[in-house]
Design a protein around this ligand. Structure first.
Ligand code: 9MJ
Length: 686
């Protein structure tokens, strides 16, 4: 009996061993489909299931765990220091070409040395901006990973490269040479880099300056668990020591073979005939650069034929058969000469750097954005500083950092101007806000068009027929400088405009006349004080009753009003402090704009939506708080849950259970269009 039992157990063990091996093979194959071919065959859930089964079997049979098992990527213990690795075949650097001319010279040299008249075939691929790595496979198993170091001696980072999912721990197939050193670049995709920095920011930790630094910092961790948590990846672009003479006769064919072994290779790899094709490739990759999820700083061309490579040989430490054709630098050093302040159409006052002209990424840069005062202070930028300017794609150039050791003794601090450089009104930057703003809303030429369009809009003065295009024309022709000028327009002036007949001109004059009769709340909203929307305007009107009372209120008094905090109070007081704004208001009233002054604040029960209860649900196109404030200003109550007392449920996209409940209870359901109509005509029947 006993022998029988024993062989049973042996049979079972053999089954487990077989299953484990089958699982490892399957997992390696699906890794290859996913990472190398970018063409997964099974969903992630199925892959996870295979991994879990393998983990479970290995937990029960720890004696069957091998270092190349896909479960063994993260080693247990942090290292004290990295060991040294000698590269038997040195890891070379590449010569650079910085212009089309230099690439043509490279090609001419290659052809001369090879004695060929016709075009040479080159293998072309993007030049990754990461870290060069050598991976040593023995009998198909990854046994060592090493950094380039000085090209002859690097650091042993085996435990760390093992954690990189795209690097196979065991090669696919069985045809590989006994010793195979794969050379390539470890790098961090942009998307992963952004995620990593976002997480660091959230935790209040230091962020990385760029993906290259992040990749280098992640690979040089003594604790492989940290490396494992970083989104690193790898592309192979060559080889070092081989136990056979060659993998193939060309570079491109060798790369195809590496790919078949399960190693990721750039999908952009191409074979090109002659230097002109190389120049086109360079231009195409430069154009494509922004769309790639990893940073590249040029393209690499390698003579494809390996016999030709041998013939060409090496000069000092770089092969004569390869060259990196670099892209124009995206960063450059220059001097900050001065700072000017620009006023946007909403009154934002932003600093613009005037730079000593410098070429960055192929264009001459003279200006860069400095964003705002907080940014300037954070980076400690001063006039006279030597600064790094960065330009990427179509974005506005910006100052990355200052070289403090080059700061001249007379460097000047940058100060926010007290007066608007365009209209001379006061500039204010409320506590806690990043952006400074001009307070001359009604008068400032920079804000003119925007202010007039807002003034005329439906929910403000409601001047029918005065659309954006017409405002543009009136301002461009110099007929209107501020909202008060609208009321001085004549029929002759109007009929002189494009597409403005006698009839439309009269209609506009009539609309202007009608708009003069308004309410204090509308008027307050129309004059466009920053942060004073309709709800706040209504609250102000109700609370103070007259314009004079509001004009005379200081910031402290304003903060007594419900929902008005220090920022809004600062904007309101700042606005009325400007003599120019006062002047425009005086002229508006002189032209006949009026409202029931000094009227008692409308009683809550007089508000059009008084006593109505609303619930908002689903994804709405505007912030919920904004809609809520508008409804409340009209007297409505906004609550969080649906009950029999609810009058309306406003539903956005993908509403949840509140919508179902509202339907059950037979409550009126409004979509966004319905809500808009109700807000516009709250006095209508409902
Ligand atoms: C990079 N960095 O992408 C080489 N490289 O070849 C490519 N670097 C290289 N090839 C020989 N694609 C030495 C370095």
């Amino acid at each position: 009996m006993t022998p029988h039992k024993g062989s049973d157990r042996a049979g079972e063990a053999a089954d487990v061993r077989q299953r484990i091996e089958a699982l490892r093979k399957l997992i390696n194959y699906h890794n290859y489909r996913y990472y190398v071919l970018d063409d997964p065959e099974i969903p992630d859930s199925e892959y996870d299931r295979l991994m879990r089964e393998l983990e479970r079997l290995e937990a029960v049979h720890p004696e069957l765990i091998t270092p190349d098992s896909p479960t063994q990527r993260v080693g247990a213990e942090p290292l004290k220091e990295f060991g040294e690795v000698r590269h038997k075949v040195p890891m070379l650097s590449l010569a650079n070409a910085f212009s089309d001319e230099e690439l043509r010279e490279f090609d001419a040299r290659v052809r001369k040395l090879l004695g060929t008249k016709g075009p040479v075939a080159y293998a072309a691929e993007p030049k990754l901006d990461g870290l060069a790595i050598s991976l040593r496979y023995e009998k198909g198993v990854l046994v060592q990973g090493a950094t380039r170091g000085d090209g002859y001696r690097g650091e042993d980072v085996t435990a760390n490269v093992r954690t990189i999912d795209t690097i196979p721990l065991r090669l696919l197939g069985g045809e590989w040479p006994e010793v195979l050193e794969v050379r390539g670049e470890v790098f961090m995709p942009r998307s992963g880099f952004c995620r990593l920095n976002e997480e660091a920011r959230r935790r209040g930790e230091k962020t990385f300056a760029n993906p290259r630094n992040a990749a280098a910092g992640s690979l040089r961790q003594l604790d492989p668990r940290i490396t494992a948590s970083r989104p690193l990846t790898f592309f192979a672009y060559g080889w070092g020591e081989l136990s056979v003479e060659r993998l193939a006769d060309t570079h491109s064919e060798s790369m195809r073979i590496l790919r078949d072994y399960g190693l990721p290779v750039s999908p952009e790899l191409q074979v090109l005939e002659g230097v002109e094709a190389c120049l086109s490739y360079h231009r195409a990759m430069l154009e494509k650069r922004e769309r790639l999820d990893y940073e590249i700083d040029g393209v690499v061309f390698k003579v494809d034929d390996l016999d030709a490579q041998e013939k060409l040989g090496y000069v000092s430490r770089a092969p004569r058969w390869a060259i990196a054709h670099k892209f124009p630098a995206e960063e450059a050093l220059t001097v900050l000469r001065d700072v000017e302040w620009q006023v946007g159409r909403t009154g934002a006052v932003t600093p613009v750097a005037r730079l000593e002209p410098v070429e960055v990424g192929g264009v001459v840069v003279k200006n860069a954005t400095l964003h705002n005062m907080d940014e300037i202070e954070k980076k400690d930028i001063r006039i006279g500083d030597t600064v790094y300017v960065r330009r990427a794609g179509d974005v506005i150039p910006e100052i990355v950092r200052v070289l403090l050791d080059r700061r001249p003794a007379d460097a000047r601090r940058i100060r926010l101007p007290k007066k608007c450089p365009v209209c001379g009104s006061e500039v204010i930057k409320p506590e806690g806000e990043a952006i400074a703003r001009c307070t001359g809303g009604l008068f400032c030429p920079a804000q003119r068009k925007e202010a007039i369009k807002h003034f005329a809009s439906r929910r403000a003065m409601d001047i029918e027929g005065l659309g954006d295009k017409l405002v543009d024309q009136l301002v461009d022709k110099g007929l209107v400088h501020d909202p008060a000028d609208l009321y001085a327009l004549t029929k002759e002036q109007l009929t002189g405009l494009e597409r403005m007949g006698e009839k439309s001109a009269q209609n506009l004059l009539d609309a202007l006349e009608r708009s003069k009769e308004t309410t204090l709340a509308r008027f307050l909203y129309a004059i466009g004080i920053r942060e004073v929307g309709e709800a706040t305007a209504q609250t102000l009107a109700r609370h103070f009753g007259s314009l004079q009372a509001i004009e005379q209120a200081d910031e402290e008094t304003l903060q007594q009003v419900p929902d008005i905090g220090p920022v809004v109070a600062a904007y309101i007081a700042g606005f009325f402090r400007q003599p120019h704004n006062q002047e425009v208001i005086r002229r508006l009233r002189e032209a006949g704009v009026h409202w029931p002054e000094g009227e008692p604040a409308p009683k809550p029960e007089e508000l059009p939506l008084h006593g109505r209860s609303f619930v908002l649900t689903g994804a709405l196109s505007r912030p919920r708080e904004e809609i809520k404030a508008e409804l409340q200003a009209l007297g409505a109550k906004v609550t969080g849950s649906v009950s029999k007392k609810t009058d309306y449920v406003v539903v956005g996209e993908n509403p949840g259970s509140k919508y179902d409940k509202a339907r059950q209870l037979g409550i009126t359901i409004l979509d966004e269009a319905g809500l808009k109509k109700l807000l516009e005509e709250p006095d209508g029947r409902h």
